[in-house]
Design a protein around this ligand. Structure first.
Ligand code: PEP
Ligand code: MN
Length: 339
């Protein structure tokens, strides 16, 4: 249930709505907008509570029920776009934000060379996996803690924010201390304990869509992070499982457009995992920007044939300048600003 306060409602009036909700055993989330406050009343049994319970309180403009299965991620709760801040970078604003780097952190030399090059040609955030969720236990599992140290070192040397995947709540404090942005991988979209822990930490995160999750399930997963207290969630479409085998996954461009309409959260596209093919990374990046994505997260490696993970889908770092130039050109065409 959504309680919309009148413009100019006092803090006491908002507090009274919150107090009544809590008295009924509900949880509450506030959206303090530029001109009014919206209070979301959350719980398993809000359906049997009459809207009059809140309508009668002073300062209340309207009370409506959110009919969608996702609540806090919905435009009904918050229509203004959420801006996710990573240092001085904003995802969800007018600018298209390109994040790039290797699938896995392999060495200082590899990460530094990649970071220096991609930031010089337009990437704003550097990616690199330290804990890798691999389908086989016999594949490279990432450098773990050593990978985190390398991310932090390169972050400080280059002066660029870094993002890495968090696979387990157990590593949350450690990972958070080394990076600026957390990634929740496709395989973990429904690890609700992890989502809650990331939400409680307040650290900005990228929430990848699960391999066979519907848009509704994806937005419900975002609700888990938001309900735990963080407002800083970026959605990432990274391809879903379909019958098609020409690409590693199928990039669901409709989902990008649907998520932008249904939710206030920023959406980015990962064309690398979506296609599994370096020759499709550029065209699908352009398509992602054209349908409204707020950014891209792309795998690139100085030497893809020697990469320890996802080499076959990584674009060579030497080709990244040309890639970024084309993306930024399209971003301008789509009316988005670029630096
Ligand atoms: C990755 O970013 O390297 C990764 C494992 O992504 P996903 O969770 O989308 O498979
Ligand atoms: Mn990868």
């Amino acid at each position: 249930m959504i309680v919309e306060m009148r413009r100019g409602a006092t803090q006491e009036q908002v507090d009274a709505v919150v107090a009544r909700a809590r008295k009924h055993g509900f949880e509450v989330q506030l959206n303090i907008g530029t001109d009014k406050v919206v209070v979301a009343i959350l719980g398993t049994d809000t359906g049997s509570t009459p809207t009059e319970t809140f309508e009668v309180l002073p300062g209340v403009e309207a009370v409506t029920r959110i009919m969608r299965p996702y609540k806090l991620a919905s435009r009904e709760f918050k229509d203004e776009p959420t801006l996710v801040r990573i240092g001085d970078i904003i995802v969800g604003g007018p600018q298209i934000v390109v994040m790039a780097g290797p699938c896995s952190v392999e060495s200082h030399e590899q990460l530094l060379a990649t970071a220096r090059h991609v930031t010089r040609v337009g990437a704003r955030i550097v990616r690199g996996g330290a804990y890798k969720p691999r389908t086989s236990p016999f594949s490279f599992q990432g450098l773990g803690e050593e990978g985190l140290h390398l991310l932090k070192q390169v972050r400080d040397e280059v002066g660029v924010p870094v993002v890495t995947e968090i696979t387990d709540p157990h590593y949350l404090d450690l990972v958070s201390a080394h990076v600026d942005l957390l990634q929740i991988g496709a395989r973990n979209m429904q690890s609700y304990g992890l989502l809650r822990a990331v939400g409680q930490s307040g650290k900005p995160c990228i929430l990848k869509r699960g391999l066979s999750a519907t848009v509704t399930e994806w937005l419900q997963a975002a609700d888990h992070v938001l309900a735990a207290g963080s407002a800083q969630v970026i959605l990432c479409e990274r391809g879903i499982r379909t019958f098609e085998s020409a690409t590693r996954n199928t990039l669901d461009l409709s989902a990008v457009a649907v998520a932008k309409l249904a939710s206030h959260l920023p959406v980015v596209v990962d064309p690398s995992h979506a296609t599994g093919r370096p020759d499709l990374v550029l065209p699908l990046s352009l398509a992602g920007v054209a349908v409204g994505a707020d950014g891209l997260i792309v795998e690139t490696h100085p030497n893809p044939e020697h990469a320890l993970s996802d080499g076959p889908q990584s674009i060579p770092t030497a080709a990244f300048g040309e890639y970024a130039a084309r993306v930024l050109e399209l971003a301008r065409w789509a009316g988005r600003s670029v630096t």
